[in-house]
Design a binder for this molecule. Structure first.
Ligand code: ADP
Ligand code: ZN
Ligand code: ZN
Length: 758
């Protein structure tokens, strides 16, 4: 049990000599204070205030919801300072002993309080005493027109952005989703509503469309030999409740999903439950439908649900009524009865790491939850992270493999085109190589389909002044602005702010501004110019504001109403379209030079993933990778479909530099609007940390400017701590908790096992 705290610091002289006796509860609150709080339990609440139950307590002047994590019959605090529990909120405890243990483990591992870890587990509707059942939908009103929009562009950038987006959508959308996406508060929407330009309506929540999605994946009569071999290893472990983790590496199209489905079948037949985690972007009606077609009722949990929907799903699994849960990151904490199997599909995905407190990695927590509950954990990927690979090599995870595509379909052939030697033609701004142009033409001619991938949206990512050689930047973020041509605005991709396209250079007023580089919007334009008769759709977060848009476009593509899909990472995952025979990677280099030690690994993973979209039927498939770094290992090994060679080489690089999986890594980010405060806090905490870790073999790098040194008006510095072993990690985490709690002038973000380096 964690240490005991009270609302007030304990004064030495106030300590009673004899501890109080009675009924006390330790309550974890969602606050960044690394302790629990003790309350007296009135006798009428004694039966309900058991570990795992939510309670209402007075904390300072406020009433808050907390979770009982322990009971005691004595208390060391002075009687005058103890308050009583006000209410027990649940008839039976919501959280099992295992989930309490798991969240305690998370608090220790990710340097947060127990209450903060618990807040990740409870759906939003349970963090408050009453949950939201009504949501607000917004749509453009009648008077909104092009004229109005033009006028608004002069007056209010935020209102303009909101109304413009609504007009583009041409329908209604949940207000909260829209404001989150546009990074706006409610204010611009409220102002527009007063003017009658938008209409905001409160509606009763209807059910989640994903919750009723249908997509049949017939149960194959026969497993492939490789699938059978994998299951021969997994199933005895499920029966034995071994708590074992398997790392399933299977190339794209090798039938990993069928392995998951059979393992879950075995668990369900034995009366157990299962949780399937997929990256948010892969949580489509198709994916959910596969599970529903096998298991009947399936609970879905993801971030776009309303509180009430999430609460319903949560409660339906906690009673054991629903046994299979499919969802994004937070579905990991579903309170299922008797957990038998956890699947983490695409385990290498960075989106399994949560960016805010508690900054947990769902894959690593899944392994721990499985261990605690005797469940089998299956981590699946075509390109496992180097961290999971290392744990498999050490024997901690069991390795299983699906080395071939189902039906012996060959892996698609990959051609690498060196864009440095490609002649630039005016016609397509040098976006397509001659080879890609030819293949695209032939593919569409044959009536087959193509996918063009570029992991960057907008038209031109750089506005460059050839007179003073400056790049036009966002004043809030110090990031290059991207020109979006259709809306003719210069957009900052980090804070979402837009402004009028500068007619002249903001630094020197020269009119010599150039629009350099290309994003998905430019690729779409170049493609339309190249093949005017081809039916083209673009999928990125600019064109696909609503989930429905995404699904409708994919359905149209599936029905053959489109020839080419142009898109960002939104189209990299999970799509399974038999008529796709060509995938063009317009540039493999977008992530290659990021200041992140995982840049090569990310590039390799992305190339393998995108390449996996082609050649999924007997029609075969071909990939064209355009790059200016044709001999980079991430490119050459991806072209050869050689995961092992890439992983081995990359692991050598990490070992030499002491990066994960060779030791662990903690990143600490310091943020404030006041630059000097950031510099000082980072320097003093860096020095203190170096002193604490002296002689441990740990390496403290920095403080230095973070790669995004200015973000939304906040200056940012960071420290990177490389830790050779678990004991040192422990020491560093303890020290950082202490130091961060003592720092009040700037925001300190401690990110254990950080995934983002920016
Ligand atoms: P992965 O997830 O490894 O990329 P999928 O699970 O999508 O691969 O499987 C690829 C394709 O093979 C799917 O269309 C699936 O229906 C099919 N498939 C999987 N297992 C079998 C099997 N045993 N027999 C026939 N087809 C199968
Ligand atoms: Zn200039
Ligand atoms: Zn910005």
């Amino acid at each position: 049990m964690g240490q005991t705290g009270s609302l007030f610091p304990i004064e030495e002289e106030a300590q009673p000599s004899e501890p109080l006796s009675g009924e006390f509860a330790h309550v974890a609150l969602n606050r960044p204070l690394d302790c629990e709080f003790t309350y007296e339990v009135p006798s009428e609440l004694s039966a309900g205030a058991v570990p795992g139950a939510r309670v209402a307590v007075q904390f300072g002047p406020k009433r808050e919801v907390g979770v009982v994590v322990g009971r005691d019959t004595t208390c060391d605090l002075p009687a005058a300072k103890i308050r009583s529990l006000q209410a027990v909120l649940d008839e039976r405890p919501l959280l099992s002993a295992e989930l309490l243990t798991l969240t305690r483990w998370m608090a220790d591992r990710y340097a947060c309080s127990w209450g903060e870890a618990l807040s990740a587990v409870l759906p939003a509707g349970l963090k408050r005493e009453r949950s939201r059942r009504v949501i607000r939908m917004i749509r453009a009103g009648e008077p909104a027109s092009a004229e109005v929009l033009k006028e608004l562009a002069q007056k209010s950038e935020k209102q303009h952005r909101l109304l413009r987006t609504l007009l583009e959508i041409g329908g209604s959308i949940e207000l909260r989703e829209l404001t989150r996406r546009l990074n706006l508060s409610d204010a611009p929407a409220q102002t527009l509503a007063k003017k009658g330009l938008v209409i905001i309506e409160r509606v009763e929540v209807s059910s989640d469309p994903l919750a009723s999605a249908e997509a049949d994946r017939g149960r194959p009569e026969r497993l492939t030999d490789e699938q059978s071999a994998c299951l021969e290893q997994i199933l005895p472990s499920v029966a034995a409740r071994s708590g074992q983790t398997f790392l399933l590496r299977g190339v794209t199209g090798s039938g990993k999903t069928e392995v998951y489905l059979r393992a879950i079948e075995a668990a369900v037949e034995a009366g157990q439950s299962a949780i399937v985690l997929v990256p948010e972007i892969a949580l489509t009606p198709q994916t959910v439908g596969w599970f529903r077609s096998r298991f009947g009722e399936v609970a879905v949990l993801h971030s776009r649900m309303t509180d009430a929907q999430r609460l319903d799903a949560w409660l339906s699994v906690s009673t054991g009524e629903v046994k299979v849960v499919v969802g994004a990151r937070s579905a990991l904490f579903a309170p299922v009865v008797d957990l038998g199997v956890i699947v983490v599909d695409e385990e290498h995905e960075p989106s399994f790491k949560q960016g805010s407190v508690p900054r947990y990695h769902a894959r690593d927590v899944a392994v721990e939850r499985a261990r605690l509950e005797g469940a089998v954990c299956i981590l699946g990927s075509a390109t496992p992270s180097l961290e999971s690979r290392a744990r498999a090599l050490s024997g901690e995870f069991e390795r299983i493999e699906l080395p071939k595509r189902v039906g012996d379909k060959p892996m698609p052939e990959v051609e690498v085109v060196d864009m440095r030697t490609e002649p630039r033609t005016k016609a397509d701004s040098g976006i397509f190589s001659a080879r890609l142009r030819d293949l695209l033409g032939a593919c569409v001619e044959r009536g087959e389909q193509a996918i063009l991938f570029l992991n960057r949206r907008g038209f031109a990512p750089v506005l460059y002044c050839s007179s003073c050689r400056e790049v036009v930047r966002c004043e809030q973020c110090d990031m290059s602005l991207t020109w979006h041509r259709k809306i003719d605005r210069a957009v900052c991709h980090s804070c979402c702010e837009e402004r009028k396209r500068p007619g002249v250079c903001p630094s020197c007023t020269s009119p010599a501004l150039q629009y350099l580089g290309s994003g998905s919007e430019r690729v779409e334009q170049a493609l339309r110019d190249l093949m005017p008769s081809a039916r083209v759709a673009r999928m990125d977060s600019d064109t696909m504001v609503r989930r429905e848009d995404y699904e409708e476009t994919l359905e149209a593509f599936g029905r053959g109403e489109l020839d080419v899909l142009v898109g960002t990472q939104m189209i990299a995952k999970g799509l399974d379209f038999p008529r796709v025979t060509l995938v063009g990677i317009v540039s493999a280099d977008t992530a290659l030079h990021l200041p992140d030690f995982r840049a090569a690994e990310r590039t390799f993973q992305l190339l393998a993933q995108v390449a996996g979209r082609a050649g999924r039927s007997d029609l075969g498939g071909r990939i064209v990778v355009q790059t200016e770094a044709p001999s980079h290992p991430a490119v050459t090994h991806a072209a050869a479909h050689d995961y092992d060679a890439f992983a081995e080489a990359e692991d050598g690089v990490r070992a030499a530099l002491g990066y994960p999986p060779h030791g662990r890594l903690i990143r600490v980010v310091f943020e404030s609007e006041v630059e000097q405060a950031v510099t000082e806090a980072a320097a003093s905490m860096g020095a203190a940390l170096k002193e604490t870790l002296e002689g441990s073999g740990a390496m403290v790098l920095g403080p230095a400017l973070a790669p995004f040194a200015l973000l939304r008006g906040r200056h940012r510095h960071h420290l990177m701590v490389k830790l050779p072993d678990e004991e040192t990690v422990q020491r560093a985490t303890e020290a950082l908790k202490r130091l961060a709690a003592a720092e009040s002038s700037v925001a300190v973000k401690v990110d254990v096992d950080a995934v983002s380096m920016l």
